[in-house]
Design a binder for this molecule. Structure first.
Ligand code: SF4
Length: 486
C-alpha cells in the first residue's frame, strides 16, 4: 500500500487532474443524491471511496479530505495526525521522527505539491471534526456542503494589545533572552524556587516545558503559577499530545486567570520515546490549530465551539519552529501558517549552524515574517562530544554539524568549550537582521546560563526582566536603576 501511496505523491500532478475532472461529475450527481437521500447513499459511497482512496493514497477516511492541498499525501498517515505539518522532528534524510522507516508524510506532500499546477502554500487547515470520520467526503462535495470552518488569518505580532512584559520588551526592539526550565518530579514548591535561582538576573522569561520528551513531570500550568509567585514571567508550553481541545482550552483559560500571559503552542513529542510509551498520543489539535484556538479565545472571546467566553484571556501567543529540519521551504511554509493562525513569537529548536540560520532568516525576511512575529533562536551549551552525538542521534530535529563535535572533541575542557560555542552563537545571531532574541536550553547545565548570557553580552546594557524578587514593572529598569541584580 505504501508503494502506491508514494507513487501517487510522486505523480501528484496527474492525480490533481483526475481530481479536478471528478469534482464537476460529483456536483452533477448532487440533485440525484438529494432525490435518493444522503443517508441511503452514505454507506455505499463511503465503501467505494474507502476502497479507491485507500488503494491510491492509503487514505484513512477522516471525512474532511485535504488531499488537494497536501500534495496528494494523506495527512492522516502522519503518526501524530498533524493537519498542518511537517513537525519539527523530520530527520535529516526526510524520514519521520516517530517512524524512521517511513518518509515524513508532510515532506512527501510538500514535494507532491511542487508537481501540482497552480498549487499555492495552503492556508491553515482547521481542526478535525471527528464526527465525520469514516464518512464520504465525495458525498459532501456532491451535495455542495460547505467546507470546514474557514481559516482565520491573524494580522500578526503587533496587532494584539500588549499582554505581557516579554511582549512589551520585544515590541520595544530589545534583544530578548529566554531560557528553559524543566518542571521537577515533586509536589514540593520549594524545589521550584531552588531551580529558579539559577536564572535570576540573567533572563527575561522562562519557558516551562510541558512533559518534555513525553516524560511525566509537574504540570506546566502549576509550575508557571509558581514562577509568577516568585516574580518571574513564565512562557507556559502547552502540547496537543496529552489533552483534547476541551481540556486545552480550559487550561488556557485557567492559566490566564492565574496571570500567565505567554503561551507557547506545540504539537508535542512522540509518546513512544517517553517514560509512558504505552500512552496514547491524543493529537486532537496540532500546533497550528492550537494557536488558532487560543487566538480565537483571545480576539473573538469564543471557544472553538463558538460559545462565548465571559472575560477573554489576555495572551501573547507563541509557536516553535525548527530551521534545521528539511526541506527549508516546507519549514517556512509551516512558519507562515503558524503566523497566519496567530503566532506572535516563535522559538526555534537548537541552532548550532550560523550559516543555516542566516539562510533561514534571509527567507523569513523575504516573506516579511520577522515583522509579523518575533523570532527567538534556540541555543544551548553541550557538555561533551559524546553528549553532542547523543543529542544528534536521539533528540528528533536536532542537527549538530560535525565541525562543532570536532571542536568539542579537541577541547581540553569540553564543558567550557560548549559554553563558549553557545556564547559565540549568540553573538553571531545578534548580527542577523530579524532575530529578536535567543532561547537558551541548558538541560542539566542551568548554572551555565548566567555565564553564557554574560559572555555573549546578550542583554547589552539593560537588566533582564527577571532581576529581583519584587514584582516587575511593565518597562524594565536599566541595569543602573536595579539595586538587587549583581
Ligand atoms: S516527521 Fe512529524 S509530521 Fe512528518 S510524518 Fe512524522 S510525525 Fe508526522
Amino acid at each position: 500500500m505504501q508503494a502506491v501511496r508514494h507513487w501517487a505523491a510522486r505523480n501528484a500532478g496527474l492525480m490533481q487532474r483526475l481530481y479536478r475532472a471528478l469534482e464537476p461529475l460529483l456536483r452533477m450527481l448532487g440533485p440525484v443524491a438529494r432525490m435518493i437521500g444522503a443517508q441511503r447513499l452514505e454507506r455505499p459511497l463511503a465503501l467505494i471511496e474507502r476502497a479507491t482512496k485507500g488503494f491510491l493514497f492509503d487514505c484513512r477516511m477522516c471525512g474532511q479530505c485535504a488531499l488537494s492541498t497536501t500534495g496528494m499525501a494523506c495527512p492522516m498517515n502522519c503518526p501524530k495526525r498533524i493537519r498542518n505539518g511537517p513537525c519539527g522532528g523530520v530527520r535529516a534524510d526526510g524520514s519521520c521522527e516517530t517512524d524512521p522507516a517511513m518518509r515524513c508524510v508532510w515532506v512527501e506532500g510538500w514535494q507532491g505539491r511542487q508537481r501540482m499546477r497552480g498549487a499555492v502554500p495552503p492556508a491553515p487547515n482547521p481542526e478535525l471534526d471527528h464526527r465525520l470520520e469514516s464518512t464520504s467526503s465525495w458525498l459532501r462535495v456532491a451535495l455542495g456542503a460547505p467546507k470546514a470552518r474557514a481559516p482565520v488569518h491573524s494580522p500578526g505580532a503587533s496587532a494584539a494589545p500588549v499582554a505581557s512584559d516579554l511582549q512589551a520588551l520585544l515590541a520595544s526592539g530589545e534583544f530578548a533572552v529566554t531560557a528553559e526550565i524543566a518542571p521537577p518530579d515533586t509536589a514540593d514548591p520549594a524545589e521550584v524556587s531552588r531551580q529558579l535561582e539559577a536564572f535570576r538576573g540573567s533572563v527575561d522569561a522562562l519557558n516551562v516545558t510541558d512533559a518534555s520528551g513525553a516524560n511525566c513531570h509537574m504540570s506546566s500550568l502549576a509550575m508557571s503559577a509558581l514562577l509568577l509567585q516568585a516574580g518571574c514571567e513564565p512562557v507556559m508550553q502547552i502540547t496537543c499530545r496529552d489533552r483534547n481541545r476541551i481540556a486545552i482550552q480550559g487550561d488556557i483559560l485557567g492559566a490566564a486567570a492565574l496571570g500567565v500571559r505567554n503561551v507557547l503552542c506545540l504539537t508535542g513529542d512522540d509518546v513512544r520515546n517517553g517514560d509512558h510509551p504505552g500512552a496514547r498520543f491524543v493529537g486532537d489539535l496540532d500546533a497550528v490549530t492550537l494557536v488558532a484556538a487560543a487566538r480565537s479565545m483571545r480576539d473573538e472571546g469564543r471557544f472553538l465551539s463558538g460559545r462565548k467566553i465571559l472575560s477573554p484571556p489576555q495572551l501573547f501567543l507563541g509557536a516553535a519552529d525548527n530551521p534545521s529540519a528539511p526541506p527549508l521551504q516546507a519549514r517556512l511554509e509551516r512558519l507562515a501558517r503558524k503566523v497566519a493562525a496567530g503566532a506572535q513569537f516563535v522559538q526555534t529548536q537548537y541552532c548550532f549552524d550560523l550559516e543555516l540560520m542566516q539562510r533561514y532568516m534571509r527567507e523569513v525576511r523575504a516573506q516579511d515574517l520577522h515583522r509579523r512575529c518575533h523570532i527567538l533562536v534556540g541555543v544551548g551549551p553541550i557538555a561533551s562530544a559524546r553528549a553532542a552525538r547523543w543529542l544528534r542521534a536521539r533528540v528528533p530535529g536536532v542537527m549538530i554539524p560535525d565541525r562543532v563535535i570536532a571542536r568539542l572533541e579537541r577541547a581540553l575542557d569540553p564543558c567550557a568549550e560548549g559554553r563558549r560555542i553557545c556564547a559565540e552563537m549568540i553573538e553571531g545571531l545578534r548580527q542577523i537582521e530579524g532575530v529578536a532574541g535567543v532561547h537558551i536550553m541548558a538541560a542539566k547545565q542551568e548554572e551555565a546560563v548566567a555565564e553564557i548570557v554574560a559572555a555573549s553580552a546578550a542583554l547589552g546594557q539593560r537588566a533582564p526582566l527577571f532581576h529581583c524578587a519584587t514584582p516587575k514593572p511593565l518597562n524594565p529598569p536599566s541595569a543602573s536603576e536595579c539595586n538587587t541584580c549583581p
